[in-house]
Ligand binder design. Structure first.
Ligand code: PGA
Length: 254
């Protein structure tokens, strides 16, 4: 995919019947938006539609959620829709990842980030919110990751997963080399990812070396996936991800 303009926004999604995707050299359905705001709005409106349909049918909606710069506009729009009457009391959420070790109230914690950017402003019940625990002791990590997988399965799997993509091609914290059959687990962060996070931690040396992340298999089992990427710095990895054949070097979406 050539990006003719640095501000162009990309939203790739895997459900061909959602609006009219553009097929060029891409191996996946891709939608290009005039700006980030419009992409975020389209994705949030899609989420709201799923929530309304499921709630009307007396069903929960299970969302896979991401943190970082990418999904902020989606959450802002969901908060706005909630203020206009959207009921999120039947929403269940599973976040992709969390740094490890990481106290949940730390400045850089994804627990804290999710509450500040979404959960504190909508009516998702606290017991429906799941985020990998960055404060779990090492000897309980394996059991914690298995419990996370079990909880996703217990609610019938993820209806709609929101993803960003890192410069390494990671989704969640599945860095290059992650196997397609991987599940929720402790991973080692790529040096590029740690460098990208340095400003949040006031220096690269303070960025944790590890994280807990849903696996590629966990993510790809979602019934619908919206991957969003904004800005010139993401253009190279978006092109590789959507145009090149799947490989272990970049996350696989096929
Ligand atoms: P970003 O991160 O949304 O902050 O760009 C995306 C990612 O690393 O997955």
């Amino acid at each position: 995919m050539n990006l003719p303009h640095p501000e162009l926004s990309i939203g790739a999604q895997l459900v061909p019947d959602w609006h009219a995707p553009y097929f060029g050299r891409e191996r996946l359905p891709v939608r290009i938006f005039a700006d980030e705001h419009q992409a975020a709005r389209a994705v949030a409106d899609r989420i709201a539609q799923r929530i309304r349909e499921n709630t009307a049918a007396d069903k929960n909606t299970v969302l896979g959620l991401a943190t970082g710069h990418t999904p902020v506009g989606v959450y802002d729009r969901l908060i706005q829709l909630h203020r206009e009457g959207l009921d999120l009391s039947r929403v269940v959420t599973f976040n992709l990842d969390e740094y490890w070790p990481m106290p949940s109230d730390a400045l850089q914690s994804y627990h804290r980030w999710m509450h500040e950017n979404l959960f504190d402003h909508v009516n998702i019940p606290a017991e429906n919110i799941h985020i990998p625990a960055g404060d779990v002791p090492r000897d309980q990590l394996e059991r914690h990751c298995q419990t996370y997988e079990d909880a996703i399965r217990a609610v019938g799997g993820i209806d709609l997963q929101i993803l960003g993509i890192g410069k390494t091609g990671h989704i969640g914290f599945n860095e290059p080399g992650s196997p397609p059959e991987s599940r929720t687990r402790l991973v080692t962060l790529d040096p590029v990812t740690r460098r990208d996070a340095a400003s949040d931690f006031f220096g690269e040396e303070n960025v944790p070396r590890h994280a807990i992340t849903m696996g590629l298999a966990t993510i790809l089992e979602a019934r619908e996936i919206c991957l969003l990427a904004f800005g010139e710095h993401k253009s190279a990895i978006v092109r590789r991800s959507v145009e090149e054949p799947p490989s272990a070097a970049i996350a696989q979406y096929q």
